[in-house]
Every structure is written in C-alpha cells, then in structure tokens.
Design a protein around this ligand. Structure first.
Ligand SMILES: NC(=O)c1ccc[n+]([C@@H]2O[C@H](COP(=O)([O-])OP(=O)(O)OC[C@H]3O[C@@H](n4cnc5c(N)ncnc54)[C@H](OP(=O)(O)O)[C@@H]3O)[C@@H](O)[C@H]2O)c1
Length: 247
C-alpha cells in the first residue's frame, strides 16, 4: 500500500467528517483529505487546535473546512443527530467518516482498572463511533458511495497484558464492522471498514512506549496512502474488513 498513489483530485467535491481531527493521525488525515480535494468537517474538543488545522488547510489552498467542537465522551443520541443535521445543513452532504478520536488512560493490569475507567473507555472508543455512524447513516446513504473507517488497535486484534479496556473497546470495533457490513449487504453504497495503524510516532505512542525513539517509528504521513485508499473510490469493493497498515 505504501506504493499506492492516489490521484490529486481523489476526494474532489466530497465531504469527510474526521473525529480526533485536532491531533495525531486524525489531524494528518484531515490535511491529506483536504490536499486531495475534500471539504473536511473537523471534530474534536479543543477549539484552538481545530482552528490551527483549519488555518493550515486554508493556507495550503484546500477547500474551506468546517469545525465542530464536540465532546464524544458525553454525547447522546440527540446531540449526535443534531451534529449530523448541522453537517447536512452546512455542508449539504457526507461522503466519508473517519473515526480517529480515542481515549487512553495508561497500560495497567486489569485488577487495577476501575468501572468508571471502563465506562469512559467504552464510551469514547466504541459507543461513540457506533452512535455517530448511526446518526450519520441517513446522510451517508445519500452519497453515490460513502466510506466509514473505524481506527482499530493492534492489541484489540492481538490482545496483550495491560491493554485492558482500551483493547477490549478497540476489538469491539472489528466486530461492529463485520456486523454492520453484513447488515448493509453486498449492494450497499456505504462501506464500513476498520484500519489498524500499528506503531506510529504520536503522543499515544510516546505514552505507551516512552523508551522508544520516535525516529524508529513510522510517522502519521507515512500511513496516509492507507487512509486515502479507504476514503476514496479505489476501495469501492472493500467492505467489512479489518486492514493492518503494518501487519
Ligand atoms: N499512535 C499510534 O501508534 C496508534 C496505534 C494504533 C492505533 N492508533 C489509533 O489511532 C487513532 C489516533 O491516535 P493518535 O495517536 O493519532 O491520537 P492522539 O494524537 O492522541 O489524538 C487523539 C484525538 O482524539 C481527540 N479526542 C479525544 N477525546 C475526545 C472526545 N471525548 N471527544 C472528541 N474528540 C476527542 C483529541 O482531540 P481533543 O483533545 O481536542 O478532543 C485528538 O484530536 C486512535 O483511535 C488510536 O487508537 C494509534
């Protein structure tokens, strides 16, 4: 996939919603989608950081993005439906949805993880991606073709000690992907997949592996061929799959 070379207008005239757009992979993906023609709806909590991404896209000559400061930890169905309604109202369409926002506490034995921590982990990493997708589905169905990408995690795929509720929530995304693809059926214009980035130099990796030099890791930009492939028409036949950027 590192050799995948998307056309410069791959996402022209498309609207893509990105959660976690203020930092890390979500930020880099927002910039990459805009460079390839997409109008990006930027979602995260920190308005100042969203504004910085907004400015970067505009300065690079990309289509003017939209900002949606929003907290996925406290969202309910009504709030998510209002959000989807605002996207439809302001941007008129939705062709893609990348779920990159996440909550991570620390690597800890299960015996020390609390119910409150698990509830927050499930809420941001599994329930919000499900409920936001559900709220956006009517808009996504109106597109000629639409792509939903959940961001998985290696330890959700191959569980290891200490990854606890974070990995359990991430593994749920893979199950959700398969159930949803099955329900949508072979003729669906909406495709749903999970992408597992593997080790990437972001703040998450600095927290989980503080001893690892970022110079030994791929950078978010290195993974963009995967993100662009899944968001654009070249992946029309990919449905219900979990793909690993670094198997
Ligand atoms: N980095 C890696 O090595 C790696 C490996 C495997 C998988 N992943 C996955 O890739 C994705 C991105 O990871 P990353 O390392 O790039 O993340 P990151 O740099 O920590 O950024 C996380 C993003 O999520 C947003 N966010 C957090 N809580 C939120 C909430 N309650 N509501 C709305 N937005 C919220 C943050 O913005 P605000 O603070 O502004 O809200 C930020 O934009 C995650 O799903 C992660 O599991 C990463």
């Amino acid at each position: 996939m590192k050799d995948y070379s998307p056309r410069s207008d791959l996402l022209a005239d498309r609207v893509v919603l990105v959660t976690g757009a203020s930092a890390g992979l979500g930020r880099t993906a927002s910039l990459a989608f805009a460079r390839h023609g997409a109008t990006v709806a930027l979602l995260a909590r920190d308005e100042a950081k969203l504004e910085a991404v907004y400015d970067e896209i505009v300065a690079a000559g990309g289509p003017e993005p939209a900002m949606f400061p929003f907290d996925l930890a406290v969202a309910d169905d009504r709030g998510l439906e209002t959000l989807a309604g605002a996207i439809g109202h302001h941007l008129k369409r939705l062709d893609g949805l990348l779920h990159s926002a996440h909550l991570f506490h620390s690597l800890t034995p299960l015996a020390l993880q609390t119910l409150d921590q698990w509830q927050a982990l499930m809420r941001v990493n599994l329930i919000a991606p499900f409920a936001l997708t559900r709220a956006c589905l009517p808009l996504l169905r109106q597109a000629v073709d639409a792509s939903v990408v959940f961001t998985g995690e290696t330890h959700g795929h191959q569980p290891r000690a200490f990854w606890g509720g974070y990995a359990v929530a991430k593994s749920g995304l893979e199950t959700l992907t398969r159930i949803w693809a099955d329900e949508l059926g072979a003729d669906s214009t909406v495709r749903i997949n999970t992408l597992i980035p593997g080790q990437v130099a972001t703040t998450l990796r600095a927290r989980t592996h503080p001893g690892l030099s970022p110079d030994t890791l791929l950078r978010p930009d290195d993974l963009m061929p995967w993100y662009l492939y899944l968001m654009g028409k070249d992946s029309l036949s990919v449905q219900g799959q979990t793909l690993e950027c670094q198997p």
